[in-house]
Design a binder for this molecule. Structure first.
Ligand code: FES
Length: 117
């Protein structure tokens, strides 16, 4: 999804679409930022990968019905919006603009402001 993309900000190729699985996210690191890539339907989402509670990697968690559950203490987050769904998660996750071009998944590192209402 390219919502929040900035024409001035470079895109980073981080994976191929073929690497993504609708049931299993993958974790990547771009310029020191750990980011999780998720496939929901035919849309790719990129959200911060480190759980705000105690720093487990969410990409090693359990993905189901558009929600990622932290593998350590079961905080749950909405993948499309980054919204925190359980108190233990502490806060919403930052999302990153992402797009797919010729089978390559690309993202921008600036964080995306989303309506969390
Ligand atoms: S580290 Fe994620 S819920 Fe505790």
């Amino acid at each position: 999804m390219t919502t929040g993309a900035d024409a001035e900000t470079p895109w980073h190729e981080v994976a191929t679409l073929a690497q993504l699985d609708p049931d299993f996210p993958i974790g990547i690191e771009v310029q020191g930022q750990k980011i999780g890539l998720f496939l929901l339907g035919d849309a790719v989402h990129a959200i911060e990968d480190v759980c705000p509670h105690a720093y487990a990697l969410l990409s090693q968690g359990f993905q189901e019905d558009g929600v990622i559950e932290c593998p350590l203490h079961a905080a749950r987050f909405d993948i499309a919006s980054g919204k925190c769904l359980t108190e233990i998660g502490q806060r919403d996750l930052h999302c990153f603009p992402v797009r797919v071009q010729q089978g390559q998944v690309q993202l921008q590192l600036q964080r995306q402001a989303k309506d969390r209402a």
